[in-house]
Ligand binder design. Structure first.
Ligand code: BES
Ligand code: MN
Ligand code: ZN
Length: 508
């Protein structure tokens, strides 16, 4: 990953390929943001005027490259838009800083070293800029350059090194902020790699092996149930989804513990390594990106690893429900009845509603350990994408306060989310004449129906929330801010902050 350091060097003495400054959108044109005073001085105090003349406004996402004047030891100055100038006594919005830093990193793809002279008023601004810079510098190149002609098929490598100017390398809070940002960004990028890895390589078995290797490296216990153990254990949901595939399913448990922990969390991730829909096959146009259907499991895995690396005082167990949903002679048919791990029977009316089946077993299993709270993360329904769009995940819960907390936490870390209800009247749509329930209900409110299905498998008295990340997990449009094309690592930052808040007893 891109290297990141806090530097005490002045903007006019540092050697780099580019100097990044912030520009805000003032009422009368662009305004140079704090942190860039020395750069502005090198422009004889006329940087804002130059930017104005070039047509820059300071709008969010705007990137303007200009040749550096004599007096700076860099060839290029890159001005990134921060949006509106903050009110008096307020600081720049953290998410605006995170996105601006990400846009700068992306614009500097191929460069070796860049100095960032953005406004760093406090430790949380340091975290935001560091995270943005590291997340924006992400590229998935593992499958490029196969012909060896050109290193990566001509694709430039991400920005290699970032020096943050204006932070205080000896300040305890700033140091911790940057260390935290490095760990979190590295793990978000790991989640992205897992999501982007094609499904012929990232099978359930391969994903489980990654978890085992990482677990050994960082001293976190990983246990894997293979298909034999799943059959023996009665995991009818996970087996029912996975049995149509040549690549058998897995249930992975990754358990981080801290000796002083007083609270425990369980994270449960949907890990469908490829969702063809099964016998209820998805039509062309709906299956090209379905390698992303393990994004929930990727987020759970990456966040537990980040939490372990941060050494948080809380016990966190991650459960990865891994299966490939394929049609074949051994696949579950629409009409089959599965006996779930909980004992409940489920009539499978649509094999494309598979996420809830694997999650149900994992939720029941996770509940056996009586966590203080449980959160599942899943690319669960197209309906949630219709409701909230491509950038916002839905939050459902069996506890209003917990749902509100998660919404606030997501907001705090810069992840867009929205609280959604679990209307009890939608439950009867899943009544089955044959089994205890069906895996499908009314089409209207399909995201909430899926949430109600999951709720049936949450242990008595356990506080639970469900994050439907089907929209934001995989970004198909042009990159923006620190968000690349492909896997985004959605929900990792929210889960990590939830663990931090749980550790400090500060859940609001
Ligand atoms: N993995 C899909 C949901 C999805 C859709 C994720 C778009 C990401 C982007 C899920 O397994 C699915 O197919 N859900 C069905 C459920 C339906 C059959 C009840 C859906 O949403 O159409
Ligand atoms: Mn599906
Ligand atoms: Zn799916």
């Amino acid at each position: 990953m891109t290297a990141l350091t806090l530097s005490t060097a002045g903007a006019s003495t540092l050697r780099a390929d580019a100097l990044v400054v912030g520009v805000a959108k003032g009422p009368k044109g662009p305004v140079v943001a704090p942190g860039a005073e020395a750069v502005d001085a090198a422009f004889d105090g006329k940087l804002a005027g130059v930017l104005d003349a070039l047509g820059a406004s300071g709008a969010e996402g705007e990137v303007t490259k200009l040749p550096a004047p004599a007096g700076l030891k860099v060839p290029v100055v890159l001005a990134v838009g921060l949006g509106g100038v903050p009110e008096k006594d307020e600081s720049y919005d953290e998410e605006a800083l995170r996105r601006a830093a990400g846009a700068a990193s992306r614009a500097l793809t191929g460069a070796k070293k860049a100095a960032f002279a953005l406004p760093l008023e406090d430790a949380s601004a340091v975290t935001a800029v560091a995270e943005g810079a590291l997340l924006g510098a992400y590229a998935f190149t593992a499958y490029q350059g196969g012909d060896k002609k050109d290193a990566k098929n001509g694709a430039k490598l991400p920005l290699a090194e970032v020096a943050l100017l204006g932070a205080k390398p000896r300040d305890k809070d700033h140091k911790a902020a940057v260390e935290r940002a490095k760990i979190v960004a590295a793990e978000v990028n790991i989640a992205r790699d897992l999501i982007n890895t094609p499904p012929n390589d990232l099978t359930p078995e391969a994903f489980a092996a990654v978890a085992q290797t990482t677990g050994k490296e960082i001293g976190v216990k990983v246990q894997v149930l293979d298909e034999k153990a799943l059959v023996k254990g009665g995991y009818g949901g996970i087996m029912g989804v996975g049995k149509g595939s040549e690549n058998p399913p897995r249930l992975v448990k990754i358990a981080y513990t801290h000796a002083k922990a007083t609270k425990s969390l369980a994270f449960v991730g949907k890990g469908i390594t490829y969702d063809s829909g099964g016998i209820s096959l998805k039509p062309a146009g709906h299956n090209e990106t379905m390698k992303c259907d393990m994004s929930g499991a990727a987020a759970v895995f990456a966040s537990v690893v980040a939490i372990a690396k941060l050494g948080l005082e809380v016990n966190v167990t991650g459960w990865l429900a891994l299966a490939e949903n394929m049609p074949s002679g051994s696949a579950t048919r629409p009409g089959d009845v599965l006996r779930m791990y909980s004992g409940k029977t489920v009539e499978v009316l649509n094999t494309d509603a598979e996420g809830r089946l694997v999650l149900a077993d994992a939720l029941t299993r996770a509940s056996e350990e009586n966590p203080d709270a449980m959160v599942d993360v899943a690319t669960l329904t197209g309906a949630m994408v219709l409701a909230l769009g491509n950038r916002t995940f839905g939050i459902m819960a069996n506890d209003d306060a917990f749902r509100t907390s998660i919404h606030e936490i997501a907001e705090e870390v810069g992840e867009a989310s929205w609280p959604m209800p679990l209307p009890a009247d939608l439950r009867k749509g899943m009544d089955s004449p044959t089994a205890d329930m069906a895996n499908m209900g009314e089409r209207m409110g399909g995201g909430l129906v899926a949430g109600l299905f999951l709720q049936e498998f949450v242990g008595e008295g356990i506080t639970w929330a469900h994050l439907d990340i089907a929209g934001p997990a995989f970004h198909e449009g042009a990159p923006y801010g620190y968000t690349p094309k492909g896997g985004t690592g959605s929900a990792v930052r929210t889960l990590v902050r939830l663990a931090e808040r749980t550790a400090t007893g500060d859940l609001g």
